[in-house]
Design a protein around this ligand. Structure first.
Ligand code: M6R
Length: 616
């Protein structure tokens, strides 16, 4: 998906040309996937350069490093409107080449705007939706608007999703910006201000951020920031855009993220680094929880139903959350895929709590479900890894996982930390309703989970690597479990699908004989995830699969009877069954990672996927 960087500096802010800094920031966004690269820099001259290709090649070919200036923008494009060719790369400019624009998102009304602008004599050079933006700014300036007013007016007529950053030579000491649905963040450095689609882009230069909200627009100078709120959509008339100034001071946050966290640190891929960061991420998350929980526990206790809404991996964490709430906290609870949640909301009301789980905090499906829940009067608790992102902002309560930046598209450390948060919350509710003995046991094991995770990771990595050499030749796999093992089977299968492109399906093991087993033949891989007490039931499921020649990989607790009927065995430490899911997913994350690598794929950049999904 596209990446944006914008930088405005005081003279001499960096001891290398601005072109090199833009290249570095774009490299930090490389994980998002892209097909073309471009930049615009204003110094002694104004240059706009762009091309299809990879950042290093394009930067070398176009000589990024030799261009210096005090204001610049850069972009990595992931083609949506028009093929990945030079003319469609960003920045896009107006007819006179005085306005340069980079954009993420999709404009819904670009065809109609393009037609109107064409009739007014504007000449378009690309197939993109983005190109209407510089022409709109040019058009409003022609009509007599001052440059910033022309920018605001242009933004007001756009419909759809956008994060936009603009250089206008008629107001060269400002970088204009706007956000709707697509994330955009301001980074406040000592001698420079940054705008980026993602924090890691500028983390090397600053960890002081303001996360922009939908409908906000404004400009940054080398020393200052103006943020305004667009009050209503505009028309193509001559009225100024209606905005009001936003007081953003209290929104400035200093993150505890370091630049090293957003680098590979010697690992071949971010995903592998992030898998190995889980012990630390779990420890930080659990330690951080103590401060923020009491009010939330009160609300959960008072609630009638607890409904989870989430997508993908966060949905799998939510399934565990719902099981924990039902079984530990004794609350009626259920998890819904957020894009489906609207069909389940009619009986949710003021007495209920909706827990929205989203590592990015920006997933539009989950945000829509949150809004629907709020309309029905429910209170919303967000569980997210990104401070001040859209879902936490719109929720009544927030708990942050402290996983640090997760760059790999496949969620790993954000999943295990989400599960830890949901278990902790359930424990806190359970504590208030009694049942002390089991709670103490779970609490002790949760406290030990970073250490246990570390032992699982180091014990099995080499074995999994060699197993991936067999798995890489397979085209299908089943992942089966029962109870707490079902979400783990689902998450393991999702990982395998999304990065190794093996068709992996997860089912509750009891369901396999109602259809899926028809597919099983000799050497068909079936992964069993056993958490504890369901062992006896799983035993017969394994036997059924073995009888058909399946190749059985089992993840179970130490001493499990299932190992004697399995081909490959991963023995988990003896932790309480509520804690076990956090450990059982680790071999499956590694299995997907090493299988993807063995098949020659880059696990950090799975095809067709984005880290943050802001389209419905
Ligand atoms: O940012 P979110 O947690 O809301 O993202 C939800 C899903 O898009 C995400 O988990 C996706 O399934 C990942 N690719 C999983 O690895």
């Amino acid at each position: 998906m596209c990446g944006i960087i914008g930088i405005i500096t005081v003279p001499g802010a960096f001891n290398e040309p601005l072109g090199s800094i833009i290249k570095k920031c774009l490299k930090n966004l490389e994980y998002r996937g892209y097909d073309s690269v471009g930049f615009a820099i204003l110094g002694d001259i104004f240059v706009v350069r762009k091309s299809k290709g990879k950042i290093d090649d394009v930067a070398f070919g176009l000589g990024f490093d030799k261009y210096d200036g005090f204001v610049g923008i850069g972009h990595t494009r992931w083609a949506t409107h028009g093929p990945p060719v030079d003319k469609n790369a960003h920045p896009h400019t107006d007819c006179l080449g005085r306005v340069a624009v980079v954009h993420n998102g999709v404009l819904e009304n670009y065809l109609e705007l393009k037609e109107i602008l064409r009739r007014k004599g504007h000449v378009f050079k690309s197939d993109t939706d983005t190109e209407v933006i510089p022409h709109l700014i040019e058009e409003f300036k022609k009509r007599g608007f001052q440059p910033y007013e022309a920018f605001k007016k242009a933004i007001s007529v756009l419909r759809g999703a956008y994060a936009v950053v603009v250089i206008d030579l008629d107001e060269p000491n400002k970088l204009f910006f706007a956000r709707n649905t697509s994330p955009l963040i301001i980074g406040i450095g000592e001698n420079a201000i940054f705008l980026a689609s993602d924090i890691p882009a500028f983390l090397e230069y600053t960890n002081k951020v303001i996360v922009l909200e939908d409908g906000e627009l404004g400009y940054v100078t080398s020393r200052g920031i103006l943020i305004e709120k667009l009050l209503k959509p505009g028309e193509l008339d001559d009225e100024l855009a209606m905005t009001e100034i936003v007081d953003y001071k209290s929104r400035i946050k200093v993150l505890d993220w370091t630049p090293e966290m957003a680098k590979k640190g010697g690992y071949p891929h971010f995903m592998l680094k992030e898998i190995h960061e889980q012990p630390g991420a779990l420890a930080a998350t659990i330690a951080g929880l103590k401060e923020e929980i009491d009010g939330i526990v009160d609300a959960l206790l008072k609630s009638d139903k607890i409904i989870f809404v989430a997508a993908g991996t966060s949905y799998h964490a939510s399934l565990l959350g719902a099981l924990y709430m039902n079984n530990l906290a004794e609350k009626w609870s259920m998890a819904f895929i957020s894009s489906e949640a609207r069909w389940w909301m009619s009986n949710i009301g003021e007495e209920d709590i909706v827990i929205a789980v989203s590592q990015s905090g920006e997933t539009i499906d989950t945000l829509v479900a949150v809004r629907e829940a709020k309309r029905n009067g429910a209170k919303v608790l967000a569980v997210s890894n990104i401070i001040d992102s859209a879902i936490p902002r719109e929720s009544d309560f927030v708990v942050y996982t402290k996983a640090g930046p997760e760059i790999g598209v496949a969620a790993t450390k954000t999943f295990t930390t989400q599960v830890a948060v949901l278990l902790y919350l359930s424990l806190k509710v359970a504590e208030r309703i009694g049942n002390k003995r089991i709670i103490e046991e779970i609490k002790n094991d949760l406290a030990k989970v970073p250490e246990l995770a570390s032992s699982v990771l180091s014990r099995y990595e080499a074995r999994i690597k060699s197993l991936s050499r067999i798995l890489k030749k397979k085209t299908n796999a089943f992942y089966l479990g029962r109870g707490f093992g079902v979400p783990i089977a689902m998450e393991g299968a999702l990982k395998m699908k999304e990065i190794a492109y093996i068709h992996a399906e997860a089912y509750p093991a009891g369901e396999s004989k109602h259809g899926p087993i028809a597919l099983v033949e000799k050497d068909f891989p079936v992964v069993f995830t056993s958490i504890g007490e369901e062992e006896e039931l799983l035993q017969s499921n394994i036997e059924e699969m073995r009888a058909r020649g399946a190749w059985i990989i089992t993840i179970a607790r130490k001493g499990s009877r299932l190992f004697s009927i399995s081909d490959e065995k991963f023995e988990m430490p003896n932790a309480n069954e509520y804690v076990m899911p956090i450990l059982s997913i680790l071999p499956l994350q590694m299995l997907a990672y090493y299988t993807a690598v063995a098949r020659g794929y880059d696990p950090d950049k799975p095809r067709n996927l984005a880290k943050t999904v802001t389209v419905i």
